[in-house]
Write a protein of this length. Structure first.
Lengths: 277, 732
């Protein structure tokens, strides 16, 4: 399980700055963590007064805010700061597609997401008002990092006072090994699916066994479908407030051309997304 | 069912399959001869295809009651292949085409192994309809001249059609000649085909129409031969030509042109049509199967491919699954593959025993059968049907039809695809919707409370239908499935038509299949298959074409005696008073069912503002109570989503009902009143029913289950629950 001691937020002077900051303040207080704001660009008095105005309206931080002003290439600066300051969580705001209710991650945030040394929280709906997080969807992939991810999300839900969590096991269609042609093979496939579902449930339950998760209701849901895609679609339908994913193992040029896993989510954010490193 | 039992059933069903195989062979014989002639190939080639098809596919195929043999869709393709490859020499062209047939058979086998048998799924259905109509016109144009006794009519389809008036004129002028009598028989045969279905006589109907034509025309020959001194007035050249020794003279394919582009394009067209025709037929026949089995399409395609290869080597045409003969098979109680096998055996018997008699059939008689088939493929009713779905479908249909006639099949179907896509872009005013999302997986399926829930995102059209289909095919048809298009911006006609097919299949097999999320969409016409474009979220359609869901709701509203209004003007004012809607803004209410102070409705509301705005649609039940209620919320224990606005209030446990307290989370301000309100009867009722989220204000109750639109079945359950609850509350 990851403890969140230091949180980093990128400060860009956009209309979203206020909700972004308010949200970051709230999260920092929930975890009792130190918040560091980094602005890539020149430090001017106007920017400073703007920032101070917002800060004065926000909740008071448990630990003082540290601001870093640095010029340079945004991706490099933010990654550098994250490494230098031993950041545990990086908060980034997402962009909205024009006149569509769809969110995506801009090219800068995407680059950061791929290379960041720490966990990342992508927010699509930061709000000035406090909003309760009611439902967290977590990936339950068969992967070494999954246990860590589940632990972290339980840690998160405890801090966010979220009572409901669904662990989604995405099962690749090819694992089914039965091809559906007619009634007979369909019956076989349905049985095989049930078996796979039980196996996945069992795997997740073994992970959960060692974690104390009292007063959080945890459900498992198995989905046969494309990895990384299905969970996003599911989170959207179920209107989850937070989607927790494993960090991608490694990304090469081919993965960007043929998107898979996390890339699906980045191209169309279903909700706030936490990527656990 | 164990193996022995299956075998026993098989044995006990042999007599009925023998009979239906016999009836089918009566049609297959004249059709086989006719289709071969129309294709420009020797008549025996059609019979070879039927025999090989019947034997091979019945043994290794994957379908149950289908009949295989030469298909009418291929006539035009094979004729053009023979003409082009033969370069004037029809027989040489036929040998080259045999090679193309063999190779297309191999391609079919490969497609079957690659599980791509369903080529037809990639084409828009109106384009396929247009292509089939073009094939019909092609057959009609050529055969109508043969029917009038003129074997020499030549030219493109359009030229042939132009020559029809002249052909009729020549026919009348040629009175007394051999071709005139042939034409006369042709016309009588056509009349038999047309009026056959109108004559409701049991004995007459025992023999299928094509066989009547054969029997009558052969009978006529023998009448002249045995009873009159006059010579049979039709010249030998106008009679069918069969080899003297049917078993010895097999033609062998000539692979000399394999590398030429004409050959390759012939192979492609043959494969394409063979696959589309077979697939459409297999799907259609599955709907007729009295035992409701699902055919293994890919296995069947492989079997058809192998049969085609063998048939091609023996000088026969392509083997495809044919709908007309298959339906005759089902109508005559064919119940398993053996009827296809028997139909082939009967054909062998006919050709060996009656070769001499068959040689007396005038070509015009066979042409009449084909003229009728051609007309059926391109009948005005078909065009009307397409038009009723929407004017845009008629454009697709017409463009495909005209281009196919004017050029070739491949160009025709390709332009059909392009025009369909172009129309979709125009309707949506967006290329990006398609370009961005075409490669993305867009279908999610999971099971929830024993139901299969399928959600489709972005758009759903012929371009990405296979993704949806592969998911839907995994649902056993005895289960309950809900397909939700509410995240889709656009659903096209091909998909709507397929949804309807699925719904029929599920209904037949005892399951339930429902489409939701289209009620806010605009449709092109009243037809249930019309494409649907989802309207921008805030627009309220004041009137529109009801979706299938809305029609079903209308129907159940009558059953349950609720009044129904799909697009009401009124707002349910009480809704805003509920805690649930404190933080949610109601956009509109639609599909309202009401009775005695109860309303069931779909509500669209939004959460958050500006960038964080999310639009949600859900079905709810509202009761306006006559007496004052305490404010409370009641939920399944463990579901904490809705209770936020009552935060601070604890779960109220009712000690007399520990089980109830364990399962439900009850909270509210005035604990005393709430305790008094939850009588034993009410608790018993709640315990014994499905758990809904229930909220009460002083004057009303709000009941909802999932935060999504309910299927018709769920609405029924909700209505029943709500009405019973109302009764109990009003009583105590």
């Amino acid at each position: 399980m990851q403890k969140i001691h230091k949180i980093l937020i990128g400060i860009a002077f956009s209309p979203n700055l206020k909700p972004n900051l308010f949200e970051a303040f709230r999260i920092a207080n929930l975890f009792n963590a130190e918040l560091i704001g980094v602005h890539v660009g020149e430090k001017t008095t106007k920017k400073e007064t703007d920032l101070n105005k917002i800060i004065s309206e926000a909740d008071t931080l448990n630990k003082p805010l540290k601001t870093i002003w640095q010029q340079g290439e945004p991706v490099a600066v933010i990654l550098e700061t994250a490494a230098l300051q031993n950041i545990d969580l990086l908060i980034l705001g997402a962009l909205q597609k024009e006149n569509l209710l769809k969110y995506y991650v801009g090219s800068i945030a995407r680059k950061i997401t791929r290379k960041a040394p720490c966990s990342i929280l992508l927010m699509i709906k930061p709000s000035v008002e406090k909003k309760q997080c009611n439902h967290i969807v977590v990936n339950g992939l068969k992967d070494d990092r999954t246990e860590e991810t589940i632990r972290t999300s339980i840690h998160f839900s405890k801090h966010l006072l979220c009572k409901k969590m669904t662990i989604v096991e995405e099962i690749n269609q090819s694992e089914l090994q039965v091809r559906i042609n007619d009634d007979k093979s369909l019956r076989k496939a349905t049985i095989a699916k049930e078996r796979l579902k039980n196996r996945e449930d069992q795997r997740v339950n073994t992970i959960l066994k060692d974690i104390s998760c009292a007063d959080i209701s945890i459900k498992t849901q198995s989905i046969f479908g494309t990895r990384g895609y299905s969970i996003g679609h599911y989170a959207k339908i179920k209107r989850a407030d937070l989607l927790v994913m494993n960090a991608p193992t490694k990304v090469n040029i081919l993965d960007r051309i043929f998107p898979h896993d996390i890339e699906y989510i980045l191209s169309e954010l279903p909700t706030d997304v936490l990527i656990v490193k | 069912m164990n193996k022995k039992n299956t075998f026993k059933t098989f044995l006990s069903e042999i007599p009925q399959n023998l009979f239906s195989g016999f009836v089918v062979s009566l049609i297959a014989l004249p059709l086989g001869l006719g289709l071969a002639l129309a294709s420009g190939a020797p008549p025996i080639s059609g019979i070879i295809a039927a025999i090989v098809g019947g034997l091979v596919v019945s043994l290794i195929g994957g379908s149950n009651v289908t009949i295989t043999g030469p298909g009418n869709g291929l006539v035009v393709v094979i004729l053009s292949a023979i003409t082009i490859l033969g370069n004037g020499d029809m027989y040489q062209g036929y040998l080259f085409t045999l090679a193309a047939i063999v190779i297309s058979g191999i391609l079919l086998i490969i497609l079957g192994f690659l599980r791509m048998g369903a080529l037809g799924d990639f084409f828009p259905s109106s384009a396929i309809q247009g292509m089939l109509a073009a094939i019909g016109i092609g057959i009609f144009a050529k055969q109508i001249h043969v029917m009038f006794g003129n074997l020499d009519a030549k030219g493109s389809i359009i030229e042939l059609l132009m020559q029809v008036p002249k052909g009729i004129f020549n026919f009348i002028n040629s009175a007394g000649t051999s071709s005139f009598y042939a034409g006369l028989i042709g016309i009588i045969s056509l009349l038999i085909m047309i009026f056959y279905s109108k004559i409701r006589n049991r004995y007459f109907q025992l023999i299928p129409a094509p066989m009547w034509i054969v029997v009558l025309s052969v009978g006529l020959y023998y009448y002249f031969d045995l009873f009159t001194t006059a010579k049979y007035p039709i010249d030998n050249s106008l009679l069918i030509n069969l080899p003297n020794d049917v078993l010895a003279n097999f033609a062998f394919p000539d692979f000399g042109k394999v590398y030429q582009s004409e050959f390759i394009s012939a192979v492609i067209s043959i494969t394409l049509i063979a696959s589309i025709e077979s697939l459409l037929s297999i799907k259609a026949v599955d709907k007729l199967d009295p035992l409701k089995r699902r055919s293994n399409v890919n296995k069947d395609i492989r079997a058809l491919g192998l049969a085609t290869v063998i048939s091609g080597f023996l000088g026969g045409l392509n083997v495809v699954t044919v709908i007309a003969r298959s339906s005759v098979n089902v109508n005559n109680k064919g119940s398993n593959k053996s009827s296809n096998f028997f139909h082939a055996l009967f054909l062998v018997a006919f050709i060996l025993l009656f070769a001499t008699e068959l040689r007396k059939i005038p070509l015009a008689a066979l042409a009449a059968i084909l003229v009728f088939t051609g007309y059926k493929l391109a009948s005005p009713e078909n065009i009307k049907k397409v038009f009723s779905i929407g004017s845009e479908q008629l454009i697709i249909f017409t463009v495909t039809l005209l281009i196919t006639i004017a050029t070739s099949l491949i160009t025709g179907i390709l332009s059909g695809i392009i025009i369909t896509f172009a129309i979709h872009i125009i309707i949506n005013k967006s290329v990006l919707l398609f370009m961005k999302n075409i490669l993305k997986p867009n279908v999610l399926m999971f099971t929830e409370d024993g139901k299969y829930y399928v959600s489709v995102k972005n758009f759903s059209s012929f371009l990405n239908f296979t993704k949806l289909k592969s998911k839907l095919d995994q649902i056993p048809e005895t289960e309950e499935a809900i397909v939700d298009f509410s995240l889709c911006d656009f659903v096209d006609h091909s998909v709507m038509e397929n949804m309807n097919n699925y719904s029929e299949t599920f209904e037949r097999k005892g399951g339930h299949f429902e489409v939701i999320g289209l009620d806010d969409s605009k449709s092109g016409s009243e037809h249930p298959f019309a494409l649907r474009k989802i309207l921008p979220k805030q627009k309220v359609p004041k009137e529109g074409v009801l979706t299938k869901r809305q029609k079903s709701i209308q129907k159940i509203s009558e059953e349950m005696q609720y009044s129904y209004d799909a697009f009401p003007d009124v707002v349910i004012e009480e809704l805003a008073g509920f805690g649930y809607f404190k933080t949610r803004k109601i956009d509109k209410v639609s599909n309202v069912l009401s009775k005695n102070n109860c309303t069931i409705f779909d509500v669209q509301f939004s959460e958050g503002e500006m960038i964080a705005k999310q639009v949600i649609k859900a079905t709810m039940y509202h009761i306006l109570t006559t007496k004052k209620l305490p404010k409370f919320t009641l939920d399944q224990e463990g579901v904490f989503e809705y209770i936020l606005h009552f935060a601070g209030y604890k779960d109220i446990d009712i000690s007399a009902h520990p089980d109830f307290s364990k399962r439900f989370y009850l909270s509210g301000k005035n604990e005393e009143k709430i305790r008094a309100f939850f009588t034993d009867e009410l608790i018993l009722f709640l315990e014994s029913n499905k758990q809904y989220h229930i909220e009460a204000t002083n004057t009303g109750l709000l009941i909802l289950s999932n935060e999504r639109l309910a299927s018709v079945k769920e609405i029924k359950a909700l209505a029943y629950f709500g009405a019973s609850l109302q009764k109990i509350i009003e009583k105590c």
